[in-house]
Ligand binder design. Structure first.
Ligand code: NAD
Ligand code: TDX
Length: 343
């Protein structure tokens, strides 16, 4: 178990889950030094980190995880104990449009970080992965779940790039003895979720009385987890998880897309007539469902936020923080939206 004062590099900490993790760690471990390394792509937002910028135990560094020189320089300056890699291109639809940057960031970036870890020495490299590496499950087999033993079987360029990174992480452990762990989580929701993803997109569109674009028939199932619960799981893994192991994270909270959209309409007092069925995503995974038995048995983790509470907290956050997402959707993101959604 690791329990001394730590220096931790959190990559991708200006994005959705990474920023929530930065807040969680600074609050829970006020003695730790937390360094956020982020390229600030379209998905990274420095204003998200404004509440912690003045914290003397926090440092923000704008850099690309693929930039060997910048990464090595940071390791020399900070001598980190732990690296938690959230940095990634994370949107499936963008990976279908243009896979190249996904291969670069998600695979080569991971390799660059691990090469730095090998050169300078660390006690833990943690890779934040996804349940999408397991592919999908059929809708008519509710008895099936992804376990850590489920074979990798990817569908999209995004999930393939994440799976490639996972294999590389395990190879660095076996070949070089790098002390690694991997977590594979289901769909997250909560504050600071970029409005290209299902839940924040539907909240923002509903508030603006715009059509709510549901792919196909809206029957695809995702296993939703409140982002804070994901952060707590990663905290447990980096401190107490076994080196070389993979941990699945999920809350047994499967929902059909269409039901999520209807919940959002109801909570915001909007008519379901805003729902607009659009062309399906290419290669669209039907169902994700995580079996979290291992992380519960080994580390005692279980989700704390029920979906009915988490979704209302999330909707309230988007109502209270309109400036955050309105700034995003009024900028470059609008071009992406116009290109992807013909409605
Ligand atoms: P996000 O897109 O909101 O944030 C990604 C962050 O990484 C951004 O701040 C971006 O600027 C940064 N980044 C991108 N490329 C970079 C580069 N080359 N160098 C440095 N920084 C770079 O993503 P998210 O939803 O917060 O996901 C974080 C991680 O969790 C990803 O690895 C993703 O695969 C994984 N994950 C996400 C979910 C989910 O539901 N969102 C579920 C499971 C796993
Ligand atoms: O406009 C939309 N309409 C729609 O019906 C969008 C953006 C999505 N969808 C559907 C597609 C999916 O079935 O909603 C579901 C969720 O879509 P996303 O929010 O894009 O998430 P998903 O593709 O499931 O991937 C997410 O979870 C796993 C994250 O984006 C990944 O980074 C993570 O690894």
């Amino acid at each position: 178990m690791i329990n001394k004062i730590m220096t931790i590099i959190i990559t991708g900490g200006a994005g959705f889950i990474g920023s929530n993790f930065v807040f969680h760690m600074l609050k829970k471990y006020p003695d730790y030094r937390i360094i956020c390394l982020d390229k600030l792509t379209y998905a990274g937002n420095l204003s998200t980190l404004a509440p912690v910028m003045e914290n003397s135990n926090f440092r923000f560094v704008k850099a690309d995880i693929c930039d060997r020189e910048a990464v090595y320089k940071l390791f020399e300056e900070e001598n980190p104990d732990i690296v938690v890699n959230f940095a990634a291109e994370s949107h499936v639809d963008r990976s279908i449009e243009d896979p190249g940057i996904f291969l670069q960031t998600n695979i080569m970036g991971t390799a660059t970080l691990m090469n730095a870890c090998r050169k300078y020495g660390i006690v833990r490299y943690h890779q934040v992965s996804t349940d999408e590496v397991y592919g999908d499950l059929p809708l008519d087999r509710p008895d099936l779940f992804f376990t850590e033993e489920t074979p990798i079987h990817t569908s999209s360029p995004y999930s393939s790039s994440k799976a490639a990174a996972d294999l590389l992480v395990l190879a660095y452990h076996r070949t070089y003895g790098l002390p690694v762990t991997i977590s594979r989580c289901s769909n997250n929701y909560g504050p600071y979720h970029f409005p290209e993803k299902l839940i924040p997109l539907m909240i923002a569109n509903a508030l603006n009385d715009k059509p709510l674009p549901v792919y196909g028939e809206g029957l695809n199932v995702r296993d939703w987890l409140y982002v804070e619960d994901h952060c707590k799981a990663i905290d447990l893994i980096i401190h107490n998880g076994k080196i070389g192991e993979v941990y699945n994270i999920g809350g047994h909270n499967e929902m059909k897309n269409i039901d999520i959209v209807k919940i959002i309409c109801k909570a915001l007092g909007k008519l379901e007539s805003l729902i607009t069925y659009v062309s399906d995503r290419k290669g669209h995974d039907m169902r994700y469902a995580i079996d979290p038995t291992k992380i519960y048995n080994e580390l005692g983790w279980r989700p704390e936020t029920m979906f009915k509470d988490g979704i209302h907290k999330t909707i309230q956050w988007y109502l209270d923080n309109k400036e955050w997402w309105e700034t995003i959707i009024s900028g470059e993101y609008q071009n992406y939206y116009d290109k992807m959604y013909d409605i």
